[in-house]
Design a protein around this ligand. Structure first.
Ligand SMILES: Nc1ncnc2c1ncn2[C@@H]1O[C@H](COP(=O)(O)OP(=O)(O)OP(=O)(O)O)[C@@H](O)[C@H]1O
Ligand SMILES: [Mg+2]
Length: 269
């Protein structure tokens, strides 16, 4: 079991959509932890299993509020809830004020999430983290460092690629752990309107030419209909949308990657 963190540089290339997509298709038990310091969107995008609203009294805020007493995997699972479609989610914060107020709570959360690695925790799960847009001095840096795999989403357009390139450079240093190597980092290129496969391939070339060590984890298409599935829109035959079909390939790769190449000191369940 392990931790995959989805994040972006400047722009909104679909981090939450991709995290929801991954949670829906993940081949093993998984928990989606919505940990975007800018605030969460998942509560507005998912329903309770029988329909209706999810329970917004549970989620990341009570977890971070209890952090002074220490957190473990059971505390994280206590704040998770099943949602329609079969995923389990820990709903995010309402906004950046809550994220700043949590202070050292983020470090306690990172330690608890690290407890899911190795598969010995009760209710063992892979943890899929929506870390939102990551800028300078992220409040949740410890959580990012706890990840086995960090997935940067980038749109295939010039401005987004330049921002992603700078962020990858800085993350290369910031993610280093005091006790070991940094998490592995990869890129998923998300298509944009009018963008070709050539633009997408070019994105990776630009990132690599800049000397950033980056694993090519795959592509997701620009597909408003498919994205609607993860925005609460009624979509007929969601499994047939281009986004969900591409998502299956991506998720199979991420899930396999997680167990095949865990960093030293961690073992696959
Ligand atoms: N692959 C995609 N194709 C088409 N539209 C998409 C795709 N992914 C996301 N979107 C749409 O883009 C918008 C932003 O998506 P999302 O909220 O997932 O991005 P984000 O990176 O999490 O943004 P934020 O920074 O606001 O948290 C939404 O309207 C979503 O439906
Ligand atoms: Mg988001």
């Amino acid at each position: 079991m392990g931790v995959v963190t989805f994040l972006s540089a400047k722009g909104s290339p679909g981090v939450t959509t991709t995290a929801l997509l991954a949670a829906a298709l993940w081949p093993r038990p998984a928990l989606l932890l919505e940990a975007d310091p800018a605030g969460g969107d998942v509560a507005a995008r998912v329903s309770a299993p029988g329909g209706g609203l999810p329970d917004t009294s549970r989620g990341l805020l009570p977890l971070l509020s209890a952090a002074r007493r220490g957190l473990d995997t059971a505390a994280v699972l206590d704040q998770a809830q099943p949602v329609a479609g079969g995923s389990r989610v820990v709903l995010g914060l309402t906004g950046p004020e809550q994220a700043s107020a949590a202070g050292r709570g983020w470090t306690a959360l990172a330690a608890a999430v690290g407890g899911f690695c190795g598969g010995s925790a009760p209710g063992a799960s892979d943890v899929l983290v929506d870390a939102g847009r990551v800028g300078a001095a992220p409040v949740h840096l410890d959580l990012l460092r706890t990840s086995d795999l960090v997935v940067l989403l980038v749109r295939a357009d010039a401005a987004a690629v330049l921002h992603a390139r700078d962020r990858l450079r800085l993350l290369g240093t910031a993610l280093r752990r005091p006790d070991g190597p940094a998490p592995r980092t990869g890129v998923v290129v998300v298509g944009g309107p009018g963008r070709s496969a050539r633009d997408e391939a070019c994105t990776l070339d630009v990132l690599r030419a800049a000397g950033t060590r980056v694993q090519d984890l795959g592509r997701l298409p620009h597909d408003p209909a498919g994205a609607g599935v993860f925005a609460g829109a009624p979509v007929a035959r969601p499994e047939r949308t281009a986004l969900v079909r591409a998502g299956r390939t991506l998720v199979a790769r991420l899930a396999a990657d997680l167990v095949s190449d865990l960093p030293t000191g961690r073992s696959a369940a």
